[in-house]
Design a protein around this ligand. Structure first.
Ligand code: CO
Ligand code: ZN
Length: 336
């Protein structure tokens, strides 16, 4: 699991430019998909969708979604001296940019510098920063307007905990891959969706959910924690199990699905925590609001420092989430 997470989090794949990460995922899942006779396809937005055969009697169509994209930067202007100005793709905070390394989808690398004009006590605004690619002028600069980049930082292994610039949401991707590998049989038709463009407004999940038309939807994504010094008032902590989302700022999870996840965790003796997130949302919002509406929820992986280049997760939460998903998918489901 560790090596899978390391591999997935090392790939550059900002929203809309998921080609490389999608290829890595495709290579990872190919043996399982082939062996099981499942279908894999890529839709127009770039979502990778794997589906098991049609449901058996009493089975449901279940959509699971983990996004493969990450936050990033896009070049708006390159000046005469070869410095590239940029704007953000998704929720990039200026404070997390200063001193950062970035890697472009085209392979170019650079560092983020800041103008000296801003108040040194404050974080610079995005337009007071630039990417320095070590070039002497625009002519030789390897990037142009419209080129996209993501943060670059090698993952680190802290034993039970791991840190990477893209745990959001490659850890969810790793969980889906591992669940596919371990799933023995299911009465349901399961759609494993590796979604595109989540960080710019759950866009991939919108078209994926419409196309699949599921009976139930579940997102796998990271959530914030309240377990750091002077942290936010939030019950979620690293290492205490998957967080069952009740609410975030984009949706109220279907209470029947919340109850199902709670009961399933109880029965299987899997630790869990309840999540009420004050800001942010996930693919589950898109699933819930597709067509005439779908019961939807989210299993969250607790994660510190989300949207920074050093996002931290606990491996116990990862294995417990896989376990919970397996119990859920291998048994019949009734929403009460
Ligand atoms: Co995110
Ligand atoms: Zn996410």
């Amino acid at each position: 699991m560790k090596s899978l997470i390391k591999k997935l989090t090392s790939v550059t794949g900002p929203s809309g430019y998921e080609k490389n990460i999608r290829q890595v995922i495709q290579d990872e899942i190919e043996p399982t998909v082939k062996k099981s006779g499942w279908q894999a396809r890529v839709d127009a937005l770039g979502n990778l969708i794997v589906s098991t055969p049609e449901p058996k009697a009493g089975g449901l169509k279940i959509m699971l979604s983990a996004h493969m994209d990450e936050i990033g930067l896009i070049v708006t202007h390159v000046d005469e001296d070869g410095f590239a100005r940029f704007t953000t793709i998704g929720g990039v905070r200026p404070l997390n940019c200063v001193g950062g390394h970035v890697r472009f989808v085209n392979g170019a690398v650079g560092v983020i510098g800041q103008e000296d004009s801003h108040q040194p006590k404050n974080a610079p605004a995005i337009d007071q920063m630039y990417i320095d690619l070590g070039m002497a002028d625009r002519k030789n600069c390897p990037v142009k307007v419209g080129d996209v980049a993501a943060f670059e930082r090698p993952p680190i292994d802290l034993g039970k905990r791991m840190v990477s610039k893209a745990m959001d949401d490659r850890v969810g991707v790793a969980i889906l891959i591992e669940t596919m590998r371990q799933m023995k049989s299911t009465p349901h038709q399961v759609f494993f969706v590796f979604s595109a463009q989540e960080e710019v407004g759950v866009r991939g999940a919108i078209t994926a959910a419409y196309g699949i038309d599921p009976d139930i939807g579940l997102a796998l994504d990271v959530t914030r924690t309240g377990d750091t010094p002077k942290g936010i008032k939030m019950e979620v902590a690293l290492g205490r199990g998957p967080a069952i989302k009740v609410r975030d700022s984009g949706m109220l999870a279907d209470p029947r699905l919340v109850e199902l996840l709670v009961q399933t965790s109880h029965k299987a003796k899997i630790p869990y925590q309840m999540e009420v997130l004050e800001a942010g949302s996930t693919d589950a919002r898109a699933i819930q609001l597709t067509r005439a509406g779908v019961p939807a929820g989210c299993l969250s992986i607790p994660c510190r420092y989300i949207h920074s280049p050093s996002e931290m997760i606990d491996l116990d939460d990862v294995t417990h989430t896989v376990k919970l998903l397996l119990v859920l998918l291998q048994n019949s489901i009734e929403l009460k």
